[in-house]
Design a protein around this ligand. Structure first.
Ligand code: IMP
Ligand code: MG
Length: 174
């Protein structure tokens, strides 16, 4: 099936929005250090751009959970494919994700991370699709709430493609 990508948020718009989120984090974490946990692979682009705009001391780590594979519908199965390199006990943690869709992945990961006793644990996502929520998840920092469309770019993929697009686009199937 052929597909076309229509721009939803341009590179400039996304960049400006990420700066706003970073400024909010800079205010909220003044005098503290923040430990960012990027969710591979989709959250990595957003996390790097966010980290570059944060001015309090930053450390980073990554973890990977199973997600959509080649399909555009969630399997509901969450599997830890790669765990963190470092303990998070006593740290101020922000989990950084590309998109919250059904909420299954993040509700599972957040519960798991909470048991490791961080000082604080927040969730930052570039995109939120509230219409699709199955499991409730508290989002602390959100780039954009979007309608139920399949989007790519800025780390988000369709069949592993388009992650490298420097903007957020809607996939249109022809
Ligand atoms: P959830 O567990 O349903 O919230 O799934 C979240 C994951 O599904 C994200 O991390 C993405 O990998 C993937 N996903 C959900 N919606 C989209 C989309 O519109 N484009 C690309 N990936 C998506
Ligand atoms: Mg993902």
């Amino acid at each position: 099936m052929a597909e076309r990508i229509r721009v939803m948020y341009s590179e400039e718009e996304v960049s400006a929005r990420i700066r706003e989120i970073a400024n909010q984090i800079n205010r909220d974490y003044e005098g503290k250090e923040v430990h960012l946990i990027g969710i591979l692979r989709g959250g990595s682009f957003f996390m790097c751009e966010l980290a570059k705009r944060i001015t309090v001391p930053v450390t980073i780590d990554f973890m990977s959970a199973s997600s959509y594979g080649m399909s555009t519908t969630s399997s509901g199965v969450v599997k830890i494919v790669k765990d963190l390199e470092e303990p998070i006990v006593g740290r101020d943690v922000i989990v950084v994700e590309d998109i919250i869709d059904t909420g299954r992945t993040l509700s599972y990961l957040l519960e798991m991370l909470k048991e490791r006793q961080p000082e604080s644990l927040k969730l930052c996502t570039l995109l939120d699709k509230p219409d699709r929520r199955v499991v409730e998840v508290k989002i602390d920092y959100n780039g954009y709430s979007i309608p139920d469309e399949f989007v790519v770019g800025y780390g988000l993929d369709y069949a592993q493609k388009y992650r490298n697009l420097p903007y957020i686009g809607i996939v249109e199937f022809e």
